[in-house]
Design a protein around this ligand. Sequence first.
Ligand SMILES: C[S@@+](CC[C@H](N)C(=O)[O-])C[C@H]1O[C@@H](n2cnc3c(N)ncnc32)[C@H](O)[C@@H]1O
Length: 273
Amino acid sequence: MTDHSGVGFLGMANADVDPSSRPSSARIYDALLGGNHNFAADREAAKRLLTVIPGAGDMARANRAFLSRAVEFLLERGVRQFLDVGSGIPTVGNVHEIAQRREPGARVVYVDIDPVAVAHSNDILKDNPRAAAVQADMRFPEAILDHPAVRDLLDLDRPIGLLLVAMLHFVPDDDAYTAVERLRAALPAGSYVVISHGVSDTPADAASEQVEALYRRTDVSAAHGRTRSEILRFFGNAVLVPPGLVWVHEWPAGGDGDPRGMAVVAGVAQIDP
Ligand SMILES: C[S@@+](CC[C@H](N)C(=O)[O-])C[C@H]1O[C@@H](n2cnc3c(N)ncnc32)[C@H](O)[C@@H]1O
């Protein structure tokens, strides 16, 4: 039988894997941010990540701050709907909190491959009729676009903010480019694509082999930075808003932090402005 959901394959392959025994990228990130939705195996992996990339915690926090700024920016530009793919475990400054504080009618669908992240998200969203979390693998974009929660909550005829924040470096090339292109193609003119991504050719990237080995033990099939031009390809024909693709803490205007310790870049682009 063909399974188009994406998570079915993962579920079948790992049906007998206890989530607490194997680290996941979502829970490692939660541990880096100081959250408490993680297991001992995740904390151990986060500790090892910090030994190979000492700035990993700072980068996670800078990335999270970028996400907030980008959502605020989209709200200012009139966007009222968000599709947050690779949304992670709910933590301070969730997209629906930022969006609905300013625009109570704003709608948000979170998508993540990690069942623990989705369960926590749905738990905090149970009384929120304008937000939902869906378990899906972004390598199967149709499963996201056809999902009842996406169909019910998002109006695909009105601008949407597609958030792909700190997640594409976990998706191999063959799948990542086609999946992002499919998601972009489903969005109407005026929508935005928000991306942050680990960049190669940085001091932190010197540890890339160790990082890949560490993530090989998790739920994701890759963990590698891309060059700036490879990252720019994800935006397709969408038009980057100033200042373009920059260090994550520098978007949209220079911020604190030492770029030498940085390995994440970020940008926001509009589809058919
Ligand atoms: C580093 S976290 C980023 C969380 C959030 N976007 C942020 O920036 O704060 C990366 C997330 O991507 C998710 N992820 C990785 N591969 C995925 C895939 N193929 N489909 C959906 N989610 C995926 C992980 O489970 C994890 O929650």
